[in-house]
Design a protein around this ligand. Structure first.
Ligand code: AMP
Length: 303
């Protein structure tokens, strides 16, 4: 099954306690595709400017990512700058230069319109809705959003959420969306808005899967050094949706496995700057890390 992703393609300038990069490949759709393409073919829709270094996405073209939906507009590529301190869960956005991204109107190529697994990365909720209107019969729609849209365009977000199956956001965003501090209560309120499955990302504390009648917790992989957390959320979503599309099974057990594959892919992402670590993973490395999660979370319940 193929996956459609709509989101940003960016050049990121990032500083962490372990180093820095300038104008490195980034963006939500790019991180997502790099992770998801280890599992299933990906159809990407995004916009870049005429300054975009196209050779940097060659590795994705070789890995089953279709770029016929990548628009090259006159102007500069979207640029984002971020700085992390020693608490890598916190970051300061140094700048957001939307450039060609400001006028982005996602156009879904005809060849993508029958995509069954859809990931609406963090863009304006009205644009996310436009994308959904162009898709014929999606099987699973997942959406990411952020505080900017929850605070800035809640009516459009509420409308879009009615058509979403899986909401992938962080804990503070769920609280803000529900206007409720308790995460369990907040999740129920958000489920009433549309998405019956929530995946709440908590950075180095892992991810929580909440369905109508179950909770599941996946830890984050205990890494000794995290070079650059940028893109971990989108990489998580890529691993999750990639595995869902590959297995084409939306049972609870499979959702749990997909959350662990998401966590495994995110753990690789943060081991190097930009997409460096996601370029050349082997299936064996991914499987091994997946199994390590199983070992970390299992115990003998016989007392
Ligand atoms: P994450 O660390 O998962 O939140 O994703 C970081 C990526 O999102 C970076 O590669 C940025 O280029 C991209 N990004 C940052 N701000 C925005 C924004 N407002 N809209 C779309 N993409 C963004």
């Amino acid at each position: 099954m193929s996956i459609l992703v709509v989101g940003s393609a960016a050049l990121d300038t990032v500083e962490t306690p372990f180093g820095s990069v300038e104008d490195a490949l980034g963006g939500s759709a790019i991180y997502f595709s790099a992770a998801a393409s280890y599992f299933a073919p990906v159809n990407l829709v995004a916009v870049v400017g005429d300054d975009f270094p196209r050779e940097q996405i060659e590795f994705l073209k070789k890995k089953n990512v279709d770029f016929s939906g990548l628009e090259v507009a006159n102007g500069k590529t979207f640029r984002w700058g971020g700085k992390y301190g020693f608490d890598l869960n916190e970051r300061d956005t140094l700048f957001t230069h939307l450039n060609v991204f400001e006028k982005f109107e996602p156009k879904i190529p005809d060849s993508y319109k029958n995509s069954e697994y859809i990931f609406l990365a963090n863009i304006g909720p009205d644009l996310q809705m436009d994308v959904l209107k162009q898709i014929q019969a999606p099987k699973l729609v997942a959406l990411d959003t952020m505080n900017y849209w929850i605070g800035g365009n809640l009516p459009a977000l509420r409308e879009t959420l009615k058509r979403v199956d899986v909401l992938i956001i962080n804990d503070s965003e769920v609280r803000q969306l529900a206007n409720e501090a308790n995460l369990v209560k907040a999740s129920k309120i958000v489920q009433e808005m549309g998405p019956k499955t929530l995946i709440i990302k908590k950075g180095e504390h892992g991810a929580l899967l909440i369905t109508r009648n179950s909770f599941f917790w996946a830890p984050a992989y205990p890494l000794e050094i995290i070079y650059d957390p940028t893109g971990a959320g989108d990489t998580f979503a890529g691993g999750f949706m990639g595995y869902m599309a590959k297995s084409d099974d939306i049972s609870i057990d499979n959702l749990k496995r997909a959350v662990v594959f998401g966590s495994a892919m995110a753990s690789f992402c943060v081991e190097k700057f930009s997409l460096e670590r996601l370029k050349n993973l082997s299936d064996e490395e991914i499987r091994t890390r997946f199994k390590e999660f199983w070992q970390m979370t299992n115990f003998d319940p016989n007392v």
